[in-house]
Structure formats: structure tokens, C-alpha cells
Design a binder for this molecule. Structure first.
Ligand SMILES: Nc1ncnc2c1ncn2[C@@H]1O[C@H](COP(=O)(O)OP(=O)(O)OP(=O)(O)O)[C@@H](O)[C@H]1O
Ligand SMILES: [Mg+2]
Length: 258
């Protein structure tokens, strides 16, 4: 049984006036327990829509999403979504610790252990010493670290991430990629990650699902067999990394002119 299964999912949005936009043509793929899978596709192809359907936040028009073999009909407890806009997703009136504890509070788990776990997660994302700071006192990259720690506090089986590093500078982005890989390896979470950035997808993933333009479908699944732990310098300089990047880039630009 697959941990996550997307089966012939399609989604159209009805516009004012009755016309509808077909965002997702028909998408099927599976994610296994412990895998790191990235969805890469052109802007506007329906990546956010797909994650929202998987998170049970909007209904699919047809097809279904299964978690541990069971079809979902609303937000499943064991899935958590991290958005790109960290500044809109954190609670401005809560400290770093308060934000991370929120995930445990809603599960009714406020205890000494909950606070220890929150502090442990804050340490894992590299924010030890900032527990009492408020979001507006932190840089963008630090805020996104808080959002990741808060998402992990729910103890999700699957972490869904929608271009989580799209709004930070290039160096911070590389640091956040390494932090995420460390967390993934330590907590053994399954991650479904959306990005525009082909190199980021190769660097992070076990497998990439390449999506077509809207209405999107899966063009190709690509296994990334680069050794772990990965390294920003050596992995990115590896001949296989460069070949994969060129190959994926070629496939995306071929589609763009069709
Ligand atoms: N709430 C909505 N109502 C109507 N149409 C929508 C809605 N949300 C998205 N769309 C349309 O669905 C299509 C896919 O949008 P979506 O945001 O899922 O794409 P995306 O791949 O995440 O884009 P980006 O790469 O820019 O983040 C677009 O044509 C968009 O205009
Ligand atoms: Mg999007």
C-alpha cells in the first residue's frame, strides 16, 4: 500500500459568468513512506491547486486522494501544508515557541513533553535562543524555519510544501534546503515538495514528477539516484546532477514552444 496516492485527479475552477478553467487535466502518482518527492512544473500549471486538493482544503472535480489506502473527504490529520508566504502564515502575536506550540495545542497535547518537543524542533531548525522572539523580529529565512518547525510539531506523516523557499535570498535558500534534508532524515517524515527550481528539486529529492503546462498532467517521473548525504558543492558539481538538470530543462522548454 502507498502512503499517498493521487488517482486520476482533475480540478476545474468555475469562473464568474459560468465558464470554467481546467487547472489540472488528470494527474496520478504515488508517494511511498519516507520518500522525498518534488513536483516541478511551469508557473500556473496547477501545483498549488494540486497540493490544496491533497491537503483536503479544496475538493477535486474528479479522481481521488488516498492516504494509507483510504480516500480523503476533508483535511486528513496526518498531512500538513507549508506555504510560500511565511509572513502570512505565522501568528504575529505569538512568540517562536508560541507558534510552534500551536500545533501541539490544537491536538490537545499541552504538557511539559509538548514544550520539550517544541524546543527540540526549534533547535533542529537552528533557532535555539530565539524561542521568545516574535516573527517580526526575525529575517524571512528564520520565519520560514519557524513555519517548518510548527508544521512538524503536528507530527505529520506527510509534509506538503508549496515553494517554501521561493521568497528568500539565494544563500538562505541553500541553507534552508540543507536544514530540511537534515529534518527529513532525522524525523523520517515523508515530503511532497513543490518548486519551480529544477536544481532545488534534484538536490533535495528521491524522485521528481515533472508536470506539463495547464491543464497539467505528469509528463515524466525521474528517479534521482545521487548519494546522500548531499552537499551543496559536490552534489551540484556532480556530472550526473548537471546531466539531469539539462535533461529536465530541455524537456520543459520543449513543452513551452509546442
Ligand atoms: N481560486 C481560484 N479560482 C479560479 N481559478 C483559479 C483559482 N486558483 C487558481 N486558479 C487558476 O488555476 C490555474 C492553476 O493555478 P495554481 O495557482 O494552482 O498554479 P501554480 O502551478 O501553483 O502556479 P505558480 O507556479 O505561479 O505558483 C491558474 O490558471 C489559475 O488562474
Ligand atoms: Mg503555486
Amino acid at each position: 500500500m502507498h502512503l499517498l496516492e493521487v488517482e486520476a485527479l482533475s480540478k476545474s475552477y468555475r469562473q464568474i459568468g459560468g465558464e470554467s478553467t481546467l487547472a489540472i487535466g488528470e494527474i496520478s502518482f504515488q508517494v511511498e513512506k519516507g520518500e522525498f518527492v518534488s513536483l516541478v512544473g511551469p508557473s500556473g500549471c496547477g501545483k498549488t491547486t494540486l497540493l490544496m486538493c491533497i491537503a483536503g482544503l479544496i475538493p477535486a472535480s474528479s479522481g481521488m486522494v488516498k492516504v494509507n489506502g483510504a480516500g480523503i473527504s476533508g483535511p486528513p490529520k496526518n498531512l500538513v501544508l507549508v506555504f510560500q508566504e511565511y509572513n502570512r502564515s505565522l501568528f504575529a502575536w505569538r512568540s517562536v515557541l508560541g507558534n510552534v506550540l500551536f500545533g501541539l495545542e490544537v491536538r490537545g497535547k499541552l504538557s511539559r513533553e509538548a514544550e520539550d518537543r517544541a524546543r527540540h524542533l526549534i533547535g533542529l531548525v537552528g533557532l535555539e535562543g530565539f524561542e521568545r522572539h516574535y516573527p517580526w523580529e526575525l529575517s524571512g529565512g528564520m520565519q520560514q524555519r519557524v513555519a517548518i518547525a510548527r508544521a512538524l510539531a503536528y507530527g505529520p506523516e506527510v509534509l506538503l510544501m508549496d515553494e517554501p523557499f521561493g521568497s528568500v535570498d539565494a544563500l538562505t535558500r541553500l541553507e534552508l534546503e540543507d536544514t530540511l534534508l537534515k529534518l527529513w532524515q532525522e524525523l523520517k517524515t515523508t515530503i511532497l515538495f513543490v518548486t519551480h527550481d529544477i536544481e532545488e528539486a534534484i538536490y533535495l529529492s528521491d524522485r521528481i514528477c515533472l508536470l506539463s503546462r495547464r491543464p497539467s498532467r505528469v509528463v515524466r517521473g525521474i528517479e534521482i539516484r545521487l548519494e546522500r548525504p548531499r552537499n551543496q558543492l559536490t552534489t551540484r558539481a556532480d556530472r550526473r546532477f548537471v546531466e539531469l538538470r539539462n535533461d529536465i530543462y530541455r524537456q520543459i522548454s520543449d513543452q513551452a514552444v509546442k
